[in-house]
Design a protein around this ligand. Structure first.
Ligand SMILES: [Mn+2]
Length: 362
């Protein structure tokens, strides 16, 4: 994933994603899995530079001798001249199998894999439709591998997959890719992306460890978190210092600041507490300096408090005086007699001053 939408941090994001893929290889060893499935969209598109392809192959080779089955998805479909035709694939070990045909593959005599590779970006056809039903006497573990949208929600979807595919085709498990959040529907499951790709995704950043004891047995699915970056959208309503403290604690509970991509839209339209605004500003600075990425979106309906708006001169002196009072100190010179006024009144006065002096609507 180029992650161009992240701007200057895109390169670091790409680096993190390779690191996470490497951790998945370690996890596969730790968990002593029999094999690994990548159910599509290993690449965002075919336009990937050779260095990224090489790094991907290096990571796939780190799974050796654990077999890895790689399915082409709708972003990296099996097409002539596509990503899977690069010479670099010659370097992959024999443990890596590209599932290039819709057919039955054999992990061993007891486990059959039904691969549903995609050959185009979009389709209204179910890529799993070809999977034959279970024949009498077949007691192998049968696993479908597909990429698309489980057709369980209203509306038209790309590559719709029958919600009852496991039952229809006698599958013990249907390993799916496409959805970014992890989701388990009966015997069908999406792990979601190993790293989140954007704000607003529903629980991404996992791989699934699936254990199937025998044909017909309920798959035991363990959700393992592997992501290193956390993307979080926050829309806190701030009226008091306590609200800022809660926001501060919420953010720090997400992980180290260096691992956080934050999109924060504070609503301070009802805030008349100068201390709260000051604390919020301090938090903002802390996040700006330390978070992996931060977008701070002013909601527009908030009090304008900012030095730049006030031209130098008497108005800026008044502003400074009001700020000093809000700070809990007694200003020197003119204005000191207002030091005992209700902070709400002082803040309201300051907001009014900013609106008038700044000539901007609040
Ligand atoms: Mn996809």
């Amino acid at each position: 994933m180029k992650a161009a939408h992240i701007g200057e941090k895109a390169k670091e994001i790409r680096q993190k994603r390779f690191e996470t893929a490497g951790r998945v290889a370690e996890l596969a060893r730790e968990k002593d899995v029999d094999f690994v499935i990548l159910a599509g969209d290993t690449f965002e598109d075919h336009n990937v530079d050779n260095v990224a392809v090489k790094r991907t192959i290096d990571i796939l080779n780190r799974f050796d001798p654990i077999p890895v089955y790689v399915l082409p998805g709708n972003h990296d479909p099996m097409v002539p001249g596509g990503i899977w035709d690069r010479d670099a694939w010659d370097r992959t070990g024999s443990h890596v199998t590209l599932l290039h045909e819709p057919q039955e593959y054999h992990f061993n005599d007891d486990v059959a894999l039904y691969a549903c590779p995609l050959t185009q970006k979009q389709s209204g056809l179910d890529p799993t439709a070809w999977i034959p039903g279970r024949e009498g006497g077949d007691d192998r573990i049968r696993i479908g591998i597909a990429h698309g949208s489980l057709n369980i929600l209203p509306g038209t979807v790309n590559f719709p997959i029958a919600g009852d595919r496991p039952e229809q085709s006698g599958l013990d498990y249907l390993a799916l890719g496409d959805w970014h959040g992890h989701r388990i529907v009966g015997r069908a499951a999406y792990p979601g992306t190993m790293e989140p790709t954007n704000f607003g995704e529903r629980d991404p950043g996992n791989v699934l460890i699936v254990e199937i004891s025998e044909s017909g047995a309920e798959p035991q699915i363990e959700v393992c978190r592997v992501n290193s970056l956390t993307w979080k959208t926050l829309e806190p309503v701030i009226t008091t210092v306590d609200d800022v403290e809660v926001l501060d604690a919420d953010i720090h509970s997400l992980g180290t600041l260096a691992s956080l991509l934050l999109r924060i839209t504070p609503d301070i339209s009802g805030c008349t507490d100068g201390k709260a605004l000051e604390r919020l500003e301090t938090l903002r600075e802390e996040l700006r300096e330390n978070a992996f990425l931060m977008e701070w979106i002013d909601s527009g309906r908030q009090p304008i408090i900012g030095g730049n708006l006030i031209p130098d001169g008497i108005l800026s002196q008044v502003d400074e005086t009001l700020a000093t009072i809000l700070d809990g100190r007694i200003p020197e010179g003119p204005g000191h007699q207002f030091a005992d006024r209700d902070p709400e009144v002082v803040l309201a006065a300051r907001m009014l001053l900013h609106r008038l002096a700044g000539g901007r609507s609040a």
